[in-house]
Design a protein around this ligand. Structure first.
Ligand code: MD3
Ligand code: FE
Length: 210
């Protein structure tokens, strides 16, 4: 249970805790790690089981990484591009995610993977659930970096009403409890320029997959 004494915490839906301005001056360090990771495991557009390329580019770090291809969505120990294991999770990633989860009421959070999404102008992500992980009691921690985007958060059905939140640089959402299996997606990234990311938005999505 979260005690809402922290003025930067808002519960946007049951179990979904938004923390504005949550990463302070770690932004540059996190983005530096993103570029190091992308030099080893490059951003790529994965294909969904229906054969369409997603508009968002992705890469991963950690013990496993989320991938999609013609045969489906899953976690794999190796990057299919290199055939090598995914780069390990930088300490600053892991420590930041653990601290953020604790702030939202989840002590001892230890993610084994971070999916890094890169949005360029026109990228979007349709409504979906994250259900490729084994233990839905483990929350997901999402860190937004760079250009703003409209985040849509629904209920347990794909249609139904959704809450819309504009996510900006440094915003974090911790999805636990009943929100862990809620449908969610993001609108189209609009043109713009951010001092640290240029024309892009990055989202770090920490998960306990296994
Ligand atoms: C709500 N990414 O990678 S992050 C995804 O902004 C994904 O890149 C979006 O949805 C992005 O799967 C949204 C926020 C997010 C991540 C996981 C969730 C919201 C979630 C899992 C359950 C409920
Ligand atoms: Fe998702």
């Amino acid at each position: 249970m979260v005690l809402f004494t922290d003025p930067e915490l808002t519960e946007i839906a049951p179990g979904a805790v938004l923390i504005r301005n949550a990463i302070g001056d770690l932004d540059e360090q996190l983005l530096r790690e993103v570029s190091h990771l992308a030099a080893v495991a490059p951003f790529r557009r994965v294909i969904t089981p229906t054969g369409k390329a997603m508009s968002v580019e992705m890469t991963n770090c950690g013990a496993v990484g989320w991938i999609s291809d013609r045969s489906g969505y899953r976690y794999e120990e190796d990057d299919p591009i290199s055939g090598q294991s995914w780069p390990s999770m930088p300490d600053v990633f892991c420590n930041t995610a653990t601290q953020l989860a604790a702030r939202a009421g989840y002590p001892a959070y230890s993610p084994d993977t971070c999916l890094i999404n890169k949005y360029s102008v026109g990228s979007k992500m349709g409504m979906h659930q994250d259900r490729d992980e084994r233990d839905f009691r483990q929350p997901i921690v999402s860190v937004s970096l760079g250009l703003p985007i409209m985040f849509k958060f629904g209920g347990t059905s794909r249609t139904g009403p959704s809450v819309k939140v504009r996510l900006t640089h440094g915003d974090v959402i911790v999805f636990g409890g009943v929100s862990r299996l809620a449908f969610h997606g993001v609108g189209t990234l609009r043109a713009g320029s951010h001092p640290l990311t240029g024309a892009c938005r990055y989202n770090l999505t920490f998960r306990v997959a296994r």
